[in-house]
Design a protein. Structure first.
Length: 343
């Protein structure tokens, strides 16, 4: 089977170039927003997003708390759009993430946050969108047109723009260097073939995705993409939670993919992956620390906070091929369209 027959596949392969385009063209916007954050010095931040964009916000939540010690709380957009309530966000910062920048509930929540006193920063692939016009600062994702319904390069560029913003805010040279190395590393990541995992998942209709810390966001994104493009029921859990109630449905051959970055959570996550394998699950882990689970090849970035970005790129290559092996066109998932405008 060819690996370049879908639009989704072409966009996955474009991820390295899209990130390079962001790094070449987005610096001024990122640095201005970071300077505004340093001036504001918010005690906390809030995020506004849905779907894949909300998974980016989860990634940035962990990154901000680990790097800056600044918590990020997710606010449900319906607080502003449906319930029409105002929040007191004086002295805070609001990070809104939307690939299209058009969803009315995201736009209204971002508007309310700014009116409530927050410094408003929007990340969108359309700098002329309604969301961009509500914000104090807009980070253009520079991902280029994304035609496939499943977001891939816009997800990655959102994550890169967000972590770059945090790196500039913190003036962290090591993280900056890791970010600038991403295009080369992503070129390797998108060509990794998790063939054994693909075969295990393709034969089942349910899968667990696991993560912890920043990699938990990739677990969330993976579960969404399995449902969206492969019509596979997938659930995402923190590795700290899965052995409580969810493990009860694990039977022989039940597929599990555990996403681990090279950070303090890697060891505990690998232990959980091995525990599930011992119960009969077919477990794959992006960690050499797993002993009973099957280790997947990865492209490590030299920094724990950028490892999740190469992980998701390799996963996108997997999920596109999985959809194709099940006879599904991932470009046009049933019941879905590219832009969902929620009230």
């Amino acid at each position: 089977m060819t690996t370049a027959e879908t639009q989704m596949r072409r966009e996955v392969l474009e991820i390295p170039a899209a990130v390079d385009r962001l790094l070449q063209n987005g610096g001024d916007d990122v640095r201005r927003a970071a300077e505004a954050l340093r001036d504001r010095s918010p005690a906390f931040m809030v995020s506004v997003a849905r779907g894949s964009s909300d998974h980016v916000a989860t990634y940035l939540k962990y990154a901000s708390e680990l790097l800056m010690g600044v918590p990020i709380a997710s606010i449900g957009p319906s607080i502003a759009s449906i319930y029409q309530r105002e929040l007191n966000l004086k002295g805070a910062a609001c990070l809104s993430v939307s690939q299209s920048g058009k969803s009315p509930d995201i736009v209204e929540m971002a508007r309310m946050a700014r009116a409530g006193g927050a410094l408003s920063i929007a990340m969108t692939n359309d700098p002329d969108s309604p969301l961009a016009k509500t914000a104090d600062h807009t980070l253009n994702l520079h991902a280029g047109p994304e035609i496939s319904v499943a977001a891939t390069k816009t997800f990655v560029n959102s994550a890169v723009a967000g972590i770059w913003l945090l790196a500039e805010w913190a003036q962290d040279d090591a993280l900056r260097a890791a970010i600038y190395d991403l295009p080369t590393l992503l070129e390797k990541a998108v060509h990794i073939d998790w063939a054994e995992a693909r075969a295990a998942v393709a034969e089942r209709n349910s899968v667990f995705c696991l993560g912890r810390g920043p990699a938990f966001a990739i677990s969330n994104e993976a579960a969404l993409k399995f449902k969206e493009t492969c019509q596979i029921h997938a659930e995402s859990y923190s590795s700290a939670e899965v052995l409580h109630g969810p493990v009860s449905i694990v039977d022989g051959g039940f597929p599990v993919i555990a996403f681990a970055a090279n950070d303090a959570a890697e060891g505990p996550l690998a232990e959980v992956a091995d525990a599930l394998a011992a119960k009969g699950a077919t477990v794959f882990a992006t960690s050499p620390k797993a002993r009973q689970a099957i280790s997947l090849p990865t492209t490590r970035t030299g920094h724990a906070l950028t490892d999740p970005i190469t992980l998701v790129a390799s996963f996108y290559a997997l999920v596109e091929r999985t959809a194709a092996s099940r006879g599904i066109n991932p470009d046009t998932p049933r019941h879905l369209k590219k832009v969902t405008e929620t009230i």
